[in-house]
Design a protein around this ligand. Structure first.
Ligand SMILES: [Zn+2]
Length: 163
């Protein structure tokens, strides 16, 4: 169960302002909220998303994250073309196409290593900012011995703080 202390007051429509990371995102989210739409549904994605569509499948759009995580060299987004937030509602054909597109990106960006992930369901469990199914793929720097490296930080959920 979600913590009782979580307040929904900052959660409006499809957007969770608790999880916005940049001023640019917050400004855009305010505008989207005024319009009362889901920014990742196809017609609004094409309207609001400031990055070009790199590839379009039958089920997915591929683009870059408008606010890439700090330290990433590549940060891609795969937006499902139907509005859902649950993996159980993804068409099996779309799941296949997703892996094809992830494989395409691996080659296209000459990725030697990276990660991909998806947050599903309620954003208070995940740290997501938009309630629409989207897969993220990121590549940082290779850990070497020449300079110091830190871990990329990705929020995927919450834990209780115990004292
Ligand atoms: Zn949507």
């Amino acid at each position: 169960m979600a913590s009782k202390k979580y307040t929904e007051k900052e959660k409006k429509g499809y957007l969770d302002f608790n999880h916005a990371r940049t001023l640019e995102q917050i400004e855009l989210m305010k505008k989207i909220m005024e319009d009362g739409v889901c920014p990742f549904c196809p017609e609004y994605l094409l309207k609001y998303h400031p990055k070009p569509i790199l590839k379009e499948g039958k089920w997915w759009y591929v683009s870059e994250n408008m606010s890439p995580y700090e330290g990433t060299r590549v940060h891609l987004m795969f937006f499902y073309k139907k509005h859902t937030n649950l993996t159980s509602e993804i068409d099996p054909e779309a799941a296949k196409e997703l892996f094809d597109l992830i494989g395409w990106a691996e080659k296209e960006y000459e990725m030697e290593g990276g990660s991909f992930f998806v947050r599903f369901g309620k954003s208070e469990y995940t740290g997501g900012s938009v309630d629409h199914y989207h897969v993220q793929m990121l590549v940082g720097d290779a850990k070497g011995t020449d300079v110091e490296h830190d871990k990329l930080k990705v929020k995927l959920g919450y834990k209780k703080l115990t004292k």
